[in-house]
Design a protein. Structure first.
Length: 299
């Protein structure tokens, strides 16, 4: 199942939905309220409820799918999770991306990290599918894109072993790790260059883990104005999904609703010759197999 958070003009607050195979969006929040069913009303409450919450939504769909389904054009996509939960990110996790970055920065090409490099993005960076990404022209001359597979934690845990890691996953989503390369380089530590408002597009959905047998073998692509810039598979990651969860959770508790983005492959704009970073008007489409396409426009 594919779950999403959205808004409609005629209803207050964010709504929890299911993206149907027909392309329609079933409004779980509204259907539960009108029918009196005991189903989760928000994305976070669904994740916290686990398999019981998923079962409740399946039952609700069987009862009243036709009655509470909206066309996509009638809704505004929101980030699947925007409630202040942690957004953790992994840097430099694809070998060819590391090589292109080292080359662009004048470092030895085959200089690879010995440990996973983590950083975070603030909640103010989040923006949903079809949302606008600010160009931040007064701050940066090199706003860049990065398509990434992101893990959504479903079960609280600390010191999680790789063998148990997927048991702690609710599902997966798409993140575009928009980055101000000049700020990233100037400040040394990556946070400032990764943390500007609207630089964490996320969505359009969270695909439940049951629909993704192997997250370490998914195709991910990114297009700018229809031109393919990135096209690789998560099998190219240096550190697998399980390894990332194991290392991040060592001595640090992961909680339901936490998001962990796993890094980007080769093809980023700043490493091209000449560099080709984002400009006002650009339409960026980030896609991960079995999840969907996250589209945003730079303004």
């Amino acid at each position: 199942m594919k779950f999403l958070t959205f808004a409609v003009e005629t209803l207050p607050g964010d709504q929890l939905g299911v993206l149907l195979e027909s392309g329609g969006i079933f409004n779980v929040t509204l259907a539960a309220a009108r029918s009196g069913a005991a189903a989760p009303a928000t994305m976070l409450s669904l994740i916290q409820a686990g398999e019981g919450g998923v079962r409740a939504i399946r039952e609700l769909l069987q009862r009243c799918e036709d009655e509470w389904t909206f066309p996509q054009d009638a809704v505004k996509f929101r980030p699947p999770l925007s409630n202040g939960k942690n957004v953790f990110c992994v840097g430099r996790n694809y070998r060819e991306h590391i090589i292109e970055g080292n080359r662009a920065n004048g470092r030895p090409e085959n200089q690879f990290p010995e440990a996973i490099e983590f950083f975070t993005k603030p909640a103010t960076a989040l923006v949903g599918h079809r949302g606008r990404v600010l160009r931040h022209e007064a701050l940066t001359n090199s706003l860049d894109y990065e398509v990434e597979l992101a893990i959504v934690i479903g079960k609280k845990g600390t010191n999680i072993a790789q063998a148990d890691a997927l048991d702690h996953v609710f599902g997966f989503t798409v993140v575009n790790d928009i980055t101000a390369r000049d700020l990233q380089k100037r400040h040394g530590q990556w946070f400032k260059g990764k943390a500007l408002d609207t630089t964490c597009p996320m969505g359009p959905v969270i695909t439940h883990r049951s629909a993704i047998p192997d997250p370490n073998d998914l195709r991910l692509t990114l297009e700018v104005n229809g031109e393919m810039r990135q096209d690789h598979r998560t099998s190219d990651m240096i550190f697998s999904v399980q390894r990332i969860i194991e290392e991040l959770s060592a001595g640090m508790t992961l909680e339901p609703g936490d998001v962990v983005s796993t890094g980007t492959p080769q093809g980023v704009g700043f490493a091209m010759v000449p560099p080709r970073c984002l400009q006002v008007g650009d339409v960026v489409r980030a896609t991960v197999e079995r999840i969907g396409t996250l589209e945003n426009t730079v303004v």
